[in-house]
Design a binder for this molecule. Sequence first.
Ligand code: NAP
Length: 326
Amino acid sequence: MKTAIITGTTGQDGAYLSSFLLNKNYRVIGIVRNASKSNVKNLKYLGVSDRITLIEANLLDLSNIIRILDKNKPDEFYNLAAQSSVSLSFEQPIGTLEFNIISVANTLEAIKIVNPKIKYYQASSSEMFGNVRKENLPVNESFVFHPVSPYGISKAAAHWITVNYREAYGIFSVCGILFNHESVLRGDHFVTKKILNTAVKIRLGEVEKLRLGNLKINRDWGYAPKYVEAMWLMLQQELPKDYIVCSGEAHSLEEFVKKVFEKLDLELEKFVTVDKNLYRPVDLEIIYGDNSEARGKLGWNYDMSFDQLINKLIEDEIRYVKLEGK
Ligand code: NAP
């Protein structure tokens, strides 16, 4: 039986990855920042909270990580913990940079000291690319980074630290450059969850309005449970390599919200208002990726259309809201 340590287990991806690895018969250890206060709602929702071991750790403390690796002897380490919100990173730039960069350096240093054979996955992000010129899209693995938010900058630094430990010390450390991926377990402050949750509640007569920021942005959206499979596939390869994981299509936020309202039979104009206070200081206008390496070399197959994604997200959100109300 293989052992995997996952940081950020309580988040969207952490919960889906825990469930995925348990189904593959792994022993799963989840790192949380405060065991007594940890929100295990996502793990409970997927019915896996009793099947994983939660360990409290401070990823900013190298000695803490060394002790955990020494004691638990993992084969694989998935580093998903991060201050993951672009918007919040403008409010908390220093905290975002500190945690998202130092936690990665500490973990890789601990792996180098304790057991350089531990395979390491780093959660990199499409936000590292920043505003790519339209004519150069789609983005592939060899694109230069030009991040436009503290979050993107922190992820770019963490990405290069991961590459550096691979090149300098021969550690199997790889980055999955994931584009936006959504699910019912997305945090409440993320725009897709806000749209889905509010729209379903409007449908049920529980809420009256939805306030949104810039609807003109275009993103490459996918379905989170499928994306965690790619993380695992990356650590099963013979050679370590970074991959872009995306749907390969861009759609505007306007299109996203229109589709959700249309499918729920709600009049958009009646319920949605655009609030300029919700705009970011600087935003990516359009970005989408090229997933041919992930498909061809990892054998990752993603075949969900944008329409199917929205249908699935609505279906899941309705079930979620009904469960919440019980
Ligand atoms: P998420 O739902 O926001 O989860 C983030 C996780 O990180 C949570 O478990 C959270 O723990 C933990 N965390 C945050 N700050 C921490 C801190 N200071 N100390 C310890 N733990 C901390 O994010 P996600 O959507 O699952 O994303 C997983 C990873 O992929 C993140 O690194 C994110 O930046 C990256 N990523 C996500 C996307 C996407 O579209 N979802 C795209 C590209 C990259 P608490 O429960 O204690 O808050």
